[in-house]
Design a protein around this ligand. Structure first.
Ligand SMILES: NC(=O)c1ccc[n+]([C@@H]2O[C@H](COP(=O)([O-])OP(=O)(O)OC[C@H]3O[C@@H](n4cnc5c(N)ncnc54)[C@H](OP(=O)(O)O)[C@@H]3O)[C@@H](O)[C@H]2O)c1
Length: 265
């Protein structure tokens, strides 16, 4: 996809991976709209990348409802949607309150699904568009303290695969980004919980994990959108786990090759 002048919505665009994504999309000529709660940091990013700040709390049902329509009414059609906003809430299940658990699933899974549903009709009508969902290697590997987070990302990975099946043969692409530890505030919070930090330490020791930079993740993701790649799996040394876990899905896709679907809508 040619990103020159493309309108790209990046959720969680105020810092970390989202801010790096906004900068990288801008660097190839796209026009980012960054979405997050903190209006001040959002404004700073928007100014830096020549984009637009759109403050919103994506755990709030009412703020998510009709969000893409409101952005499009002010800034024109959305060509690329990047569902990047996420929260980790690392800790044992019994340490979590119900409201916290619900907010995590809303942000990490429900809002991305709803934003996809909002953005797709316009993309299909214009016969162009791309959706990126930022998931995690925690979708495949079970680390202590990450049961809720990992299950939300497993849902997002599986949702993206199902969406790609729905969109087969249609002019809208999908990319799922599956990441290991990336140097952001989120990783600092994850490593502050001893059971998770101890498990990660074993993987670092065995050289199965190495921290990524947000900029490297952003470069690989923007490249994937430009070239229509369906997967970004980093670090490369851990990608084999994701490939093995995805094998049944790939087998289904392969078995369905040549089966024509009657698409509705
Ligand atoms: N860092 C890692 O090691 C790692 C590894 C694998 C996957 N990931 C995934 O990568 C994505 C980005 O993570 P990150 O490391 O960049 O995290 P981060 O540094 O904590 O940034 C999270 C972003 O999400 C926004 N956000 C949080 N709650 C929100 C809400 N309720 N509504 C709207 N926006 C909200 C934050 O802004 P506000 O607080 O201002 O709202 C911020 O812009 C996440 O989906 C994460 O799960 C990260």
């Amino acid at each position: 996809m040619d990103l020159t002048g493309a309108r790209v919505v990046v959720t969680g665009g105020s810092r970390g991976i989202g801010a790096a994504l906004a900068a990288q999309f801008a660097a190839v000529g796209a026009r980012p709209v960054v979405v997050a709660r903190d209006a001040r940091t959002l404004d700073e990013v928007a100014q830096r990348v020549g984009g637009v700040a759109w403050p919103a709390d994506l755990t709030d049902r009412q703020q998510v409802s009709g969000l893409i329509g409101r952005i499009e009414a002010e800034h024109g059609p959305v060509d690329v949607l990047v569902n990047n906003a996420g929260v980790e809430n690392v800790g044992a299940l019994l340490e979590h309150q119900d409201a916290q658990i619900e907010a995590l699933y809303r942000l990490n899974l429900v809002a991305p699904v709803q934003l996809c549903r909002q953005v797709l009709p316009g993309m299909l009508e214009r016969r162009t568009g791309h959706i990126v969902n930022v998931s995690s290697l925690a979708a495949y590997s079970a680390f202590p303290g990450m049961a809720i987070y990992g299950s939300s990302k497993a849902g997002l990975t599986q949702f993206t695969a199902g969406l790609a099946a729905d969109l087969r043969g249609r002019p809208v692409g999908t990319t799922v980004v599956e990441l290991g530890p990336t140097s952001t505030a989120m990783l600092d919070r994850v490593l502050a919980y001893a059971p998770t930090a101890d498990s990660f330490a074993r993987f670092y020791q065995l050289r199965l994990l190495a921290d990524l930079s947000a900029e490297a993740v952003a470069r690989a993701t923007v490249y994937a959108v430009r070239t229509g790649r369906r997967h970004v799996r980093l670090p490369r040394r851990a990608a084999v786990a994701a490939q093995l876990a995805a094998a049944p899905r790939r087998t289904t896709e392969w078995l369905l090759t040549g089966v024509a679907h009657q698409q509705r809508g």
